[in-house]
Design a protein around this ligand. Structure first.
Ligand code: R5P
Length: 299
C-alpha cells in the first residue's frame, strides 16, 4: 500500500508501528510537541501530496489529544493529502448522549460534529452506542464500526477451561450471548428483582449447574470498574469461582485495575484499543483490514 501514509498521535506509536507493518504502508513523519507555554506545535515532514493520510489516535483522555489531532489533520489536507482517515480504536465522548439534568451539554453530539468537521473517514471498534443505534446519527462523515466480539470469543476458547459467560443485566444479553455462542460456551444473565423503590435483589440463575465453571465477565468499557466489581460481589455470594474479566476498552480510571483485582477478579484481559498492561487481545489486524478497504489507492 504505497499511497497511504500512517501517522500516530503521541501515545499511539505502538499500534501505529504495527499497522504500518501489517499494511506495508509508509510511516508518516511529523513533529508533534508542546511549546514551553503548553501550546501545541505540529510540523508535517512526509510528503503527503495525493496520498491518503491515516492518523492513529485512540481517544482515551481525549481533551489532551483533540487539538494535536485537529492541527495534524488540517495540515495534512493543506499539504495535499487526498483524504484524512482517523483510526480511533476507542472513541470517546459516547456516554454523555442525552441531557441527564437541565443545562448539561450533550457532549457526544458536539464531539461528533467537531470530528466530522476535519476528518473524512473514521474507523473505530465497538463505540458505546447506548441510546443511539448508529454513529451515523451524530457523525456526518463515513464511519466504519468494527466488532471485537469474534476476537474475544476466540481468546476465551483458547484460554479458558469450562467457561460460563456472565451478563450483568438483561441489556447485556444480546452481546454476551453472541460472544458465548462463538466461544461454544454457555452463558447466564444475572436477574434483578425489584423489592421496592430503593431495593433491588440480584440473583445468579442456574448457579448449581455452573459451580465448577470459570465465570467470564465481558463488558465494552472498564472505566471505574464499578459494574464489574458489583457483579463479582454477586458471583461470590452465589459461591462461584473467581471470574476472568474481559473488557474491550481499558479506560481504567482511578486505579480501576487494582480495585478489580482486589474485588476478586482472577484475571483481567483487555483489547489493545487503549494501551494498558492488561492488553491480551490484539485488534491490529482487524483495524488493518479496514484501513485497507478505506484507502483509495491500494497497490
Ligand atoms: C455501560 O453502559 C457500559 O457498557 C459499561 O458497563 C460501563 O461504562 C462500565 O463503566 P464502569 O467501569 O465505570 O462501571
Amino acid at each position: 500500500m504505497n499511497n497511504c501514509v500512517l501517522f500516530s498521535i503521541p501515545g499511539n506509536e505502538f499500534l501505529g508501528h504495527s499497522l504500518t507493518e501489517l499494511l506495508h504502508a509508509e510511516p508518516g513523519e511529523a513533529i508533534i510537541r508542546h511549546f514551553p507555554d503548553g501550546e501545541t506545535y505540529v510540523k508535517v515532514i512526509s510528503n503527503v501530496y495525493g496520498k491518503d493520510a491515516v492518523i492513529i489516535c485512540s481517544l482515551h483522555h481525549p481533551d489532551n489529544k483533540i487539538l494535536p489531532l485537529y492541527f495534524l489533520a488540517k495540515t495534512l489536507k493543506e499539504f495535499g493529502a487526498t483524504s484524512v482517515i482517523l483510526v480511533t480504536p476507542y472513541l470517546a465522548y459516547m456516554r454523555q448522549d442525552k441531557r441527564f439534568t437541565d443545562g448539561e451539554c450533550i457532549s457526544s453530539e458536539l464531539f461528533a460534529r467537531l470530528i466530522s468537521g476535519f476528518i473524512d473517514k473514521l474507523i473505530t471498534i465497538d463505540p458505546h452506542l447506548h441510546r443511539r443505534s448508529s454513529l451515523d446519527e451524530i457523525y456526518s462523515i463515513h464511519c466504519a464500526v468494527l466488532h471485537a466480539s469474534p476476537l474475544i470469543s476466540k481468546w476465551i476458547k483458547e484460554n479458558i477451561d469450562k467457561p460460563v459467560l456472565i451478563g450483568p443485566d438483561s441489556e447485556s444479553e444480546q452481546w454476551v450471548s453472541e460472544v458465548a455462542a462463538n466461544a461454544d460456551a454457555p452463558f447466564m444473565i444475572l436477574e434483578k428483582i425489584r423489592k421496592g423503590d430503593r431495593k433491588v435483589q440480584v440473583s445468579v440463575p442456574e448457579v448449581e449447574k455452573y459451580k465448577d465453571h470459570t465465570p467470564v465477565l465481558v463488558d465494552d468499557i472498564i472505566s471505574t470498574a464499578h459494574t464489574m466489581i458489583e457483579t463479582i460481589g454477586h458471583l461470590k455470594k452465589a459461591g462461584m469461582k473467581p471470574p476472568v474479566c474481559i473488557g474491550i476498552h481499558p479506560v481504567m480510571a482511578s486505579r480501576a485495575y487494582d480495585k478489580l483485582i482486589k474485588a476478586g477478579a482472577e484475571k483481567i484481559v483487555t483489547c489493545n484499543s487503549i494501551t494498558h498492561p492488561s492488553n491480551g487481545i490484539k485488534v491490529d489486524e482487524l483495524l488493518a483490514d479496514e484501513v485497507c478497504k478505506n484507502c483509495f489507492v491500494i497497490n
